[in-house]
Design a protein around this ligand. Structure first.
Ligand code: TNX
Length: 531
């Protein structure tokens, strides 16, 4: 009996020890190095935060950390420049994203040469606590983190996601909610797909009808919406405090029906949403003939609320087209502090090849003249790219190669792995499946540097997971498609390939699932995981 009781005690201690080890707390994405030590740090009524270093960024980060600790624990958690038990040590002010996190029994120190590094150290620290730390309500329990040391840095510089706010509009609060969840996964770029056939979502003061008319509907015929420039500035600021850079996209020359519906004088009439490819091609030929023969009467296209792609094009011969683009790029660049401007360039099926090339090369110059670097979907690599511009690989390996051969980098978003709008399996209630069904393991098990012939690590700027929203209407819909796959993509982008491991991910994503559940974040409970 005694032996039995003792073995229970031993087992209990063993379990507890195991639970308390820093490499078993479920850090997402997995850090480059974790060395557990014995003992733990406990947050209590005397815990405080000390900041060492200057700047608005550091004070934002310390408040961010204090707020999360206060919410869950109910303790005061004061912040000061004097002594404290949790030290945020910003050693210089570079762009450095790497950090060290040392957890001792008396003290926690997060240090980095860059504010973003400190922010990532904070994210890691929060995940080292029991999952209840993520609950919006205080709970009565011991708040311990296991001791040890983490040294961490990202594998890729660009770790992103995209929201298509054109097909279904998402308000400022929804975008901020998404930014919060991205930041926890150490993602650092949010690409906003601001325009498409179904809707124009950003105020342009010199072309007001883009939003008045072009922003007035969406897929399914709902009321649509748009961001004022003030809203956009607000999003940019909220994101940048969380070390996320906004990349605005204006998709062109295809995917432009909303423009052509707003300003008839830009419409060549090659803009016919109905019919199969053959009918469309014939109609295009007819429209072109009419254009050549006569002074065609330009009139606005009809607003479009379906989900076909590839039927619209800007008129690449028309000077007014470039006047519009110059104004749009100028106004949007002025309120975009990040380096990139995304010019779309995908699926321009009714733009003639030569016209497409002329157009993309000219638009790259416009973007450059406003101080930005162009990113475009992989089709833009069929044109001459300006140095430093980026091709976003989504479907065509040949295009990725064309970019690489020109000495330009590739952003990896292969539709078969990284598309968040792809269904998990044939029973998923929303989403599409033209590229693949993407289960959680499939989203995790790939190596960007070994995915496409001829594209290796040095050619890759980073990884981005786009969410197209043809079928995404509510916040619940969004969360269901995004989670847990966004965590898989975040780890693909953050953690070196040789450190990644599906078995480890599986355990950690179950813990991450608890953190989401406590905040009512809807996610797909993949049968591959023991939740
Ligand atoms: C293709 S991916 C598109 C989008 C659609 C998406 C749906 C890409 C560059 N273009 O217009 O929304 O498929 O999955």
């Amino acid at each position: 009996k005694l032996a039995f009781a003792m073995s229970i005690v031993l087992l209990a201690t063993a379990c507890q020890n195991q639970k308390e080890s820093l490499d078993a707390v479920g850090i997402m994405p997995l850090p480059a190095s974790v060395v557990p030590a014995s003992g733990s740090f406990q947050v209590n009524e005397s815990t405080s935060i000390q900041i060492s270093g200057d700047g608005e960024e550091l004070s934002f980060i310390s408040d961010y950390l204090a707020q999360k600790l206060r919410n869950a624990t109910g303790f005061a958690i004061p912040v000061s420049g004097d002594a404290g038990s949790i030290v945020l040590d910003l050693r210089s002010n570079s762009e450095d994203e790497s950090y060290e996190l040392e957890i001792g029994e008396e003290k926690i120190v997060i240090s980095s040469n860059g504010a973003s590094g400190i922010f990532y150290g904070v994210q890691t620290l929060l995940q080292a606590f029991p999952a209840e730390l993520f609950s919006p309500n205080p709970s009565n329990q011991t708040w311990e983190v296991p001791a040890g040391k983490i040294v961490d840095k990202p594998e890729y510089a660009y770790r992103g996601s995209m929201l298509d706010v054109s097909r279904h509009f998402m308000g400022v609060e929804e975008v901020k909610h998404y930014i919060d969840l991205m930041a926890e996964l150490k993602l650092n770029y949010l690409h906003l797909h601001l325009t498409d056939d179904q809707g124009w979502r950003i105020e342009i003061k010199s072309w007001p009808k883009l939003t008045e008319i072009g922003g007035s509907t969406q897929v399914g015929g709902g009321e649509g919406g748009y961001y004022t420039q003030e809203d956009y500035v607000n999003i940019v600021k909220y994101a940048s405090q969380r070390f996320i850079t906004i990349v605005p996209e204006v998709d062109m020359p295809g995917h432009t029906n909303a423009i052509l519906a707003s300003y008839g004088e830009l419409n060549s009439g090659i803009n016919l949403p109905d019919g199969d490819t053959e009918t469309v091609t014939k109609s295009v030929e007819k429209a072109e003939e009419a254009l050549k023969k006569s002074n065609i009467i330009r009139e606005p296209a009809e607003l479009y609320t379906g989900i076909e792609v590839g039927f619209s094009t800007l008129d690449t011969d028309l000077e007014l087209t470039y006047q519009l683009i110059d104004d749009v790029v100028r106004e949007l660049s002025a309120i975009t502090p990040g380096p990139y401007f995304h010019i779309g360039g995908d699926e321009s099926h009714v733009t003639k090849k030569d016209d497409y090339i002329y157009f993309i090369e000219r638009v790259q110059e416009i973007v450059k003249s406003h101080g930005k670097t162009s990113i475009g979907w992989d089709e833009i690599a069929t044109t001459t790219l300006l140095p430093g511009n980026v091709a976003q690989f989504w479907a065509m390996a040949d295009n990725a190669k064309l970019a690489q051969e020109q000495g330009n980098q590739v952003l990896m978003s292969p539709a078969k792995k990284a598309y968040l709008d792809m269904q998990y399996d044939s029973t998923t209630r929303i989403g599409l499946h033209w590229a693949a069904y993407i289960e959680l393991d499939s989203a995790y098990l790939w190596d960007p540097a070994n995915y496409t012939e001829g594209i290796s690590k040095k050619d890759i700027l980073g990884v981005e997971a786009p969410l197209w929203t043809e079928t995404v209407v509510t916040r619940d819909d969004l969360e269901y498609l995004v989670f847990p796959r966004l965590a898989a993509i975040a780890e693909v982008a953050w953690t070196p390939m040789e450190k990644r491991n599906w078995e480890s991910f599986k355990k950690r994503i179950a813990i991450q699932g608890k953190r989401w559940e406590l905040r009512d974040i809807n996610f797909y409970k993949s049968p591959k995981v023991d939740w």
